[in-house]
Design a protein around this ligand. Sequence first.
Ligand SMILES: Cc1ncc(COP(=O)(O)O)c(C=O)c1O
Length: 371
Amino acid sequence: MIPVCEPLINNNELNNVMDCVKSNWVSSMGKYIEVFEEGFSHYCGCKYGISTTSGTTALHLALAVLNIGPGDEVIVPTFTMAATVFAILYTGAKPVFVDSEPDTWNINPFKIEEKITNKTKVILPVHIYGHPCDMNLINSLAKKYNLFVIEDAAEAHGAEYFGRKAGSLSDIGCFSFYANKIITTGEGGMIVTNNEEFARKARLLKNLAFLPEKRFVHLDIGYNYRMTNIQAAIGVAQLEKIDYLVEARRRNAKMYINLLSEQPGITLPIELENVKNVYWMFGILLTDRSGTTRNSLMSELRKRGIETRTFFYPIHSQPAIKDMGYTPNESFPVADSLAERGLYLPSGSGLTAEQIAYVCDTVKEINYLYE
Ligand SMILES: Cc1ncc(COP(=O)(O)O)c(C=O)c1O
């Protein structure tokens, strides 16, 4: 089976992990944490990096740093992974959903302003599948209405917008290092920022708000969102090859695009001008002109040894959310249609040219067979 995504882990990760184990630095203190935080934040072009246990906790921590809570509203795309919205719900704030752009699949920046109220505190764009959002428009709206911006850059390690890295384009950027991400620590996450006060507060809150001057005294309610030294040790080794891993994603995408561009009924991902898409996952959409449907294409591919995934199901339609009353009488036609028609093909940085050629030949064959 060609997996939809696999991490690339080798001896460097193993040696670093052995170092932690042999030296007994297995918990959240130890040399790798700082090296990883400094290395990754520097890679993103940010002064500060604060590691966490996951992308989900990075998002929650970012919102907590900005004091977001009950009575506040956070603007977010409905087409995203559930964690983006769950993190908002953990704070007691209300998620306010916005539909997507049909071409980048990101939050539609032209539909944000109509959702801003006097309760809005944050805009939380998500760089879906590695294509940066239109941050100039989003940041100018935030400035106009005095709002914070948090980027969910979980899927966009190394992506760029006008030459600047995703995660560095707003008040706080949030990353995930889950095993399918471009670099991984197994589980893990990080927030990056250029704001010293946000960094100080994030460090405090992620460590149960132990007062630095007086241990076991707590002025705030904190969380245990501490990454372990073992996770950071893997992250340090991954960071050494991040340029290779990003370029491999882009090379794979180029090959997919070359081989599939003439296919009737298949829409491919795009890369807008002044943007670097890292194609975290190589998503495609089936249009009405396709010879098959999304679900039958997926099951036929599986029969031929190719693993795929559907696109996200929009959050407004999730059973856990839809009865909460956040979207009365609202529709999100673009997000709904992406969810219905989208799938992603194998996308790991370790894919070979032969594997991609096989996937494309198989997609064409199925598309043709069912035409
Ligand atoms: C857009 C987005 N946000 C947040 C997350 C959550 O990250 P984690 O799984 O590390 O908690 C993910 C994970 O896939 C994601 O894709």
